[in-house]
Design a binder for this molecule. Structure first.
Ligand SMILES: Cc1cc2nc3c(=O)[nH]c(=O)nc-3n(C[C@H](O)[C@H](O)[C@H](O)COP(=O)(O)O)c2cc1C
Length: 204
């Protein structure tokens, strides 16, 4: 019986892995219930700059990304507000195996995360060693006004703080980005510029 169950689990995970194309990761649906209360997360929120080497689980990554700026309503609106509903803030996850673009629609519809670079760009993000850096880039073709692009980025940043806290993780908003030029090139951002980066990991 146990062997049968183990067999089904193996088959299911193989199917899941096979359903993710080259350059794609399966991103599980976000966990939307349970966890820490908002007041507890707020009372514990702080900036964390030292992390364990342990990588995030794919569920932790899915939960933080969705909380940051995922779709939370049938009309496609997001967990973070945005001026004039421009939904301009793009999130890239810099992991040891490359850079992954978080497309909120792809998360909800296909459970996928899309690779945009094979390079480990964490060294271009911040000076703190972390298993993951989230890179926040407002798409200026969607929101040309700098003040709104900055405010929209701030809402996403605060969502990351609270989601990290609620998931037993730590993070820090960082405006001092080590090499914006390299990130722009590696992520093919064109005229867009990263506004903030967030190291994310288990606090040390
Ligand atoms: C827009 C913004 C940019 C920041 N940039 C940096 C940074 O480059 N490096 C850093 O170590 N902390 C940075 N921080 C974190 C602040 O230093 C931190 O929030 C502040 O010291 C208060 O500490 P707390 O977050 O633990 O309450 C930034 C915070 C914000 C909101």
């Amino acid at each position: 019986m146990i062997r049968k169950i183990a067999g089904s689990i193996l088959a299911a995970s193989a199917l899941l892995a096979a359903s993710a194309g080259v350059g794609e990761k399966v991103l599980p649906p976000p966990q939307k219930s349970g966890g820490m209360s908002l007041t507890e997360a707020l009372s514990r929120r702080c900036s964390v700059r030292k992390f364990q080497k342990k990588e995030l689980t794919i569920q932790q990554l899915a939960d933080v990304l969705w909380s940051a700026n995922g779709i939370n309503r049938a009309n496609g609106k997001r967990t973070a507000p945005s001026a004039m509903d421009r939904r301009d803030v793009m999130i890239f996850a810099a992991l040891p195996d490359g850079v992954w673009f978080y497309d909120p629609e792809k998360h909800i519809k296909d459970n996928k995360l899309v690779k945009v670079s094979d390079s480990d760009v964490r060294k271009y993000c911040g000076k703190f060693e972390a298993p993951c850096y989230l890179i926040l880039v407002p798409d200026r073709s969607r929101q040309p006004r700098e003040v709104f692009a900055a405010v929209d980025t701030g809402y996403v940043s605060q969502n990351i703080y609270l989601a990290a806290q609620a998931n037993g993780l730590g993070t820090c908003a960082m405006g001092s980005i080590v090499d914006k030029g390299k990130l722009i090139k590696e992520l093919k951002l064109g005229k867009n510029v990263p506004f903030l980066v967030h190291p994310v990991g288990i606090p040390r």
